[in-house]
Design a binder for this molecule. Structure first.
Ligand code: PDD
Length: 282
């Protein structure tokens, strides 16, 4: 189970090779993107901040009115057979509103959700230690970005545009303030304060973001959850993007202008070290 093409996956109660996992073309996940997902890291077989991920999953499901009543133990039982204790991996878990008899935007009666989970190796992000380039872009997503929805077309287009410009991530903004990355949360160090946009419906409440805030506070850093204007971001001495699959990645060039001297800053080094220690201590 190492992220190779024919690894075992979980689909609706069965474990089977990825190549044999099939869902109906009438599945609402396929037709409408009507589903939610989670990405949960597993370090040497231990699921990272599992309760937080499940709480967010429950919140996403409630917001799209998808009912599924599994408790912590049931999820652990489903996901554990996919894990390998010798590797750092992540679980991709997706739940859709299932297949309906016909294509209709309105919910079907008594839908049976489709539950799918697969596991892949966490691959260190190329260039993460040295830092990456990012560019700012208008946030063209919908107004429920706090739902971890599989409907990701805007995110896909934004990230692709960034990559085509030689950047690793698109940093999004609305009405002059920044929200988050196309697939990451955002941190900035401004006047020695570690700042991240506050939790609203305009951002995904990232678990990595939460862990960083806890570690920074516990270790005496000045932290703040507040609005960051695009102008303020341009004055930041450090900018990071964070996610479960990439952890903490410093942005060393924003819109072709170097952040600091174009090298990762001291706050990144400190928090990244704390993060690495923390994940191994669990
Ligand atoms: N994405 N914001 C967005 C829009 C994201 O897609 C993600 C993660 C995050 C960070 O959340 P967390 O720290 O809980 O991973 C923030 C995942 C990794 C993905 O879509 O693959």
């Amino acid at each position: 189970m190492n992220g190779l093409n024919d690894s075992q996956v979980y689909l609706n109660g069965d474990y089977l090779p990825l190549s044999e996992a099939k869902v109906s073309v009438l599945d609402r996940g396929f037709l409408f993107g009507d589903g939610v997902y989670e990405v949960i890291p597993s370090y040497l077989g231990k699921l990272f901040r599992m309760q937080d991920h499940l709480d967010r999953l429950q919140d996403s499901m409630s917001r799209i009115r998808l009912e599924l009543d599994y408790d912590f133990e049931q999820w652990i039982e489903i996901l554990t057979p996919l894990l390998d204790e010798t590797r750092d991996q992540y679980i991709y878990l997706q739940i859709t509103r299932g297949a309906a008899p016909k294509r209709d935007h309105a919910f079907p009666k008594n839908p049976i959700p489709t539950i799918f989970a697969m596991c892949s190796d966490i691959k260190p992000f190329a260039g993460a230690e040295r830092g990456v380039k990012a560019m700012t872009m208008e946030d063209s997503r919908w107004e429920m970005c706090n739902v971890k929805a599989t409907t990701l077309l805007a995110n896909v287009l934004l990230r692709q545009q960034a990559i085509e410009q030689g950047c690793a991530e698109a940093i999004l903004h609305r009405k002059g303030y920044v929200t988050e990355g196309a697939a990451s949360n955002l941190f900035a160090v401004i006047d020695d304060v570690l700042i991240t946009p506050e939790k609203t419906a305009e951002i995904l409440p990232g678990i990595t973001r939460q862990v960083i805030l806890e570690l920074a506070e516990k270790n005496g850093c000045r932290v703040s959850e507040e609005v960051i204007s695009l102008d303020a971001l341009k004055t930041a001495t450090e900018i990071w993007i964070t996610s479960s699959t990439r952890e903490i990645v410093p942005v060393v060039e924003l819109d072709s202008v170097k952040v600091r001297e174009g090298i990762p800053g001291p706050m990144f080094k400190k928090i990244n070290q704390l993060f690495q220690q923390y994940k191994r201590s669990l």
